[in-house]
Design a protein around this ligand. Structure first.
Ligand SMILES: *Cc1c(COP(=O)(O)O)cnc(C)c1O
Length: 353
């Protein structure tokens, strides 16, 4: 009963995740899952955990996974923070590092969880409009602020910022935390991890959901200075001491270790993105240049909402955002060659009629 809810809960407008249908046979190109699946080594590592030790709590700091990530990225384990998906990490970052007297800055078109966290944690924020071509101009962020966050590449546009531009912003913004959400960086972007040494106010967040094809395992990590990570540990240890279970820890370590599978599947996504882009352009779509595992597209004549509905009738899910400036776009996840061919053939049919 709503009368028992707190005032905060009455006011919340929670994040709306993309549809996750239970039926088989739906082609899901709506939530940027990776079609190639995790490394086979991940599956055997999980199987090896299926025993009586599940009665025990996992190691609270998942030290072995921290070490594996630190080794892979050439950092110290004190610079790694782990969470139950990077959404949980972002929640702790908002709560612990971005709640300040001055407003937090992020783009008007970006990951729609950011304003939700601001509401949950009562954080003042200011949305900075993207340029007409949907790019971020970091000069717009050189104003007094309580923190800055944006994904690179941005979502749902796919547009990438060059590392030099981010470095310039960090130099101009020494007094608050800058968070680069790198959920999609492995699909063709350059990571800001290399900027950590000179920038103690930088936090980089990544996830194993997309480029390591494990959205169902819920493993995220953040990289930053030992000071910032220590702050996040304080929040985490005031919230949930065991965000990652035995299966997640084992899966995460294997996924990091099998870098061949990781690099190979990322390359296949990049290759398929280029081919899909050309085919969509041939059908009359304009495609925003993307460095993610998705493309944001708009048709010169047909309405996005109509195309969305007709694709759905044909068993293909893509993402439509009911939001100003975005409502005539569709965001389409890059699939396998066969999946992309099915999408393109169905779109061709729809546009013909
Ligand atoms: C998918 C996504 C995340 C969250 O990923 P998790 O599955 O929670 O690890 C964070 N930021 C952006 C921009 C995303 O697209």
């Amino acid at each position: 009963m709503e009368k028992y809810w707190s005032d905060l809960v009455k006011q919340l407008r929670p994040y709306e995740p993309g549809e996750q249908p239970c039926m088989d046979g739906v082609l899901k190109l709506n939530t940027n899952e990776n079609p190639f699946g995790p490394s086979p080594k991940v599956l055997s590592a999980i199987e090896a955990q299926l025993g009586n030790q599940l009665r025990l709590y996992p190691p609270p700091n998942a030290d072995l996974l921290k070490q594996a990530i630190a080794d892979y990225y050439g950092l110290k384990d004190s610079q790694i923070f782990l969470g139950n998906g990077s959404d949980e990490i972002l929640a702790h970052v908002f709560n612990g590092l971005l709640k300040k007297a001055l407003p937090l800055l992020f783009p008007d078109i970006t990951y729609s969880f950011y304003p939700v966290f601001c509401q949950l944690y009562d954080i003042d924020f200011k949305e900075i409009p993207l340029k007409d071509d949907l790019s971020i101009d970091l000069a717009d962020y050189e104003v007094p602020n309580g923190g800055i966050i944006f994904p690179n590449p941005n979502a749902p546009t796919g547009r990438l910022l060059a590392i030099g531009e981010i470095e310039h912003l960090l130099k101009a913004n020494r007094n608050s935390v800058v968070v680069i959400d790198e959920a999609y960086v492995d699909f063709g972007g350059q990571s800001s991890i290399g900027l950590l040494t000179d920038n103690p106010n930088l936090i980089v967040t990544q996830t194993m959901s997309k480029s390591r094809s494990m959205a169902g395992m819920r493993i995220g990590f953040a990289l930053g200075s030992a000071d910032l990570i220590k702050g996040l540990e304080r929040v985490k240890n005031s919230f949930n001491s065991y965000p990652l279970g035995h299966l997640q820890i084992a899966a995460g370590i294997s996924a990091i270790e099998d870098s061949d599978h990781f690099k190979d599947t990322c390359q296949r996504v990049i290759h398929n993105r280029a081919k899909l882009t050309i085919k969509l352009e041939e059908l009359g779509f304009s495609v925003v240049p993307s460095a993610g595992n998705f493309v944001l597209v708009r048709h010169f004549r047909a309405s996005a909402l109509k195309i969305y509905g007709q694709l759905k009738n044909n068993g293909i899910l893509v993402r439509h955002f009911n939001k100003q400036r975005l409502d005539n776009f569709l965001r389409i996840t890059v699939g396998t060659t066969e999946q992309n061919d099915q999408l393109v053939a169905t779109l061709a049919d729809i546009l013909r009629s």
